[in-house]
Design a protein around this ligand. Structure first.
Ligand code: XUL
Ligand code: CO
Length: 445
């Protein structure tokens, strides 16, 4: 690949561990808000935030887009094939060390290339997984989740578990079987399913019911296999409404939860909520987190953001403090993320091609969530919204409202009540005042 940028090709040797320097710091290679050891409530920031680096964007991608070739030349790019995979692995653990992140995540094909056969592919994967295990032991960095890439290779043109071709379904099963074995080998805290091409473009050639049945069958087989080999990590599904297909089956949190319940899978899966997928679905990030949370199914988070003017999955690093604050509010109210974490499924812009940009980007994202955590914690501690909400619904704590809440009312009793109380007094929702309160907290902290 020809890369025309003349940047010097640097490696991470000359970059030392990123330190917390506080909000007055002007050092671009320092945290301004993320102090891993600072205690917020009952946990340190590091324990709350459980940051994770995504292998595919940070170690594997090179800035290629639909209009042009790669712009990023990394030190490991001088290799190819398995040598490249090994060099990337060395760089990955150097980067985890510099940023002091406790977790990382990967697709099978990010860490090792496909071979000429499934057997060769698996052997190549095993070799890297073996080395990765040693690195993990030495560094204490853990695997937040791994997953199977079942969207890149042309065999998955019609989907994987929802393909119209049974041979593809079988291949996908073999790939996920290996993925779950890898998760067990590396003690992954979760195993993720993002339905890469599990969706459809036109109903004119699609049996939707059959495809959904197949997807459920596939996921049941995955659960059975995990049980069979004793893999106890949490299984996660990552919703997304579109891209690459026009209609992805796991459209959003509500659709995915309905699917899981319909097919008896809700005991086995939780959701991995991604910010940019939420906005693509026409929801806010916090909406998707809330939907997952109220069903007891919030598992983990892919931390990124979309561009407000672009309608596709731009996977930017999260810097919007409103979004990170409201996300942390949901996460704290959920009692944390359990085995999940904040995984930076985010990529530096194509024009941010220097190695340093990878560090600046992660620092920006980590600081944005650290600030969000601090503000959200104070908001909850001071019951800023809780008291307003409690007051707003107070009519359900007494009289006819309590009867409704406790299931003691019916249409007869309610009609009788309504006939006597046809004049009612609604109160303002005070949205603007509440937003100003939020601003106050964001600015004061
Ligand atoms: C795609 C996406 C994936 C998943 C893992 O939009 O978010 O990278 O997170 O397959
Ligand atoms: Co994602």
């Amino acid at each position: 690949m020809v890369k025309s940028n003349l940047q010097s090709i640097r490696n991470l040797d000359g970059i030392s561990k990123i330190q917390y320097e506080g909000k007055q710091s002007t050092n671009p290679l320092a945290f301004k808000h993320y102090d891993p050891n600072e205690v917020i409530g009952d946990k340190t920031m590091k324990e709350h935030l459980r940051f994770s680096i995504a292998y595919w964007h940070t170690l594997t991608a090179d800035g290629t887009d639909m209009f042009g070739t790669g712009t990023m030349q990394r030190s490991w790019d001088s290799y190819s094939g398995m040598d490249l995979a090994k060099a990337r692995l060395d760089a990955a653990f150097q980067l985890f060390d510099r940023l002091d992140v406790p977790y990382f995540s990967f697709h099978d094909r990010d860490i090792a290339p496909e071979g000429d056969s499934l057997q060769e592919t698996n052997q190549q994967l095993d070799l890297i997984v073996g080395r990765m295990k040693d690195y993990m032991k030495d560094s204490q960095v853990k695997l937040l989740w791994n997953t199977a890439n079942m969207f890149k290779h042309p065999r998955f043109v019609h989907g994987a578990a929802t393909s119209c071709h049974a041979d593809v379904f079988a291949y996908a099963a073999a790939q996920v079987k290996k993925g779950i074995e890898t998760a067990k080998e590396l003690d992954a805290e979760n195993y993720v399913f993002w339905g890469g091409r599990e969706g459809y473009d036109t109903l004119l050639n699609t049996d939707m019911k059959r495809e959904l049945d197949h997807l459920a069958t596939f996921l049941h087989m995955a659960v059975d296999y995990a049980k069979e080999i004793g893999y106890t990590g949490q299984m996660l599904i990552e919703p997304k409404p579109k891209e690459p297909t026009t209609h992805q089956y796991d459209t959003d949190a509500a659709t995915t939860i309905a699917f899981l319940k319909q097919y008896g899978l809700d005991q086995h899966f939780k959701l991995n909520i991604e910010a940019n997928h939420a906005t693509l679905a026409g929801h806010t990030f916090e909406h998707e987190l809330r939907v997952a949370s109220i069903h007891g199914l919030l598992g983990s988070v892919d931390a990124n953001q979309g561009h407000p003017l672009l309608g596709w999955d731009t996977d930017e690093f999260p810097t919007d403090l409103y979004a990170t604050t409201l996300a942390m509010y949901e996460i704290l109210k959920n009692g944390g993320l359990g085995t999940g974490g904040l995984n930076f499924d985010a990529k530096v812009r194509r024009a941010s091609f220097d190695l340093e940009d990878l560090l600046y980007a992660h620092i920006a994202g980590m600081d944005a969530f650290a600030k969000g955590l601090r503000v959200a914690h104070r908001l909850i501690e001071n019951r800023v919204f809780e008291d307003v909400i409690k007051h707003r619904y107070r009519s359900f704590s007494e009289g006819i409202g309590r009867d409704i809440s406790e299931g003691k009312a019916n249409f007869h009793t309610l009609e009788e009540y309504a006939l006597k109380h046809s004049v009612m007094r609604n109160e303002s929702g005070r949205e603007e005042q509440l937003k100003a309160r939020l601003n106050q907290y964001l600015l004061e902290d």
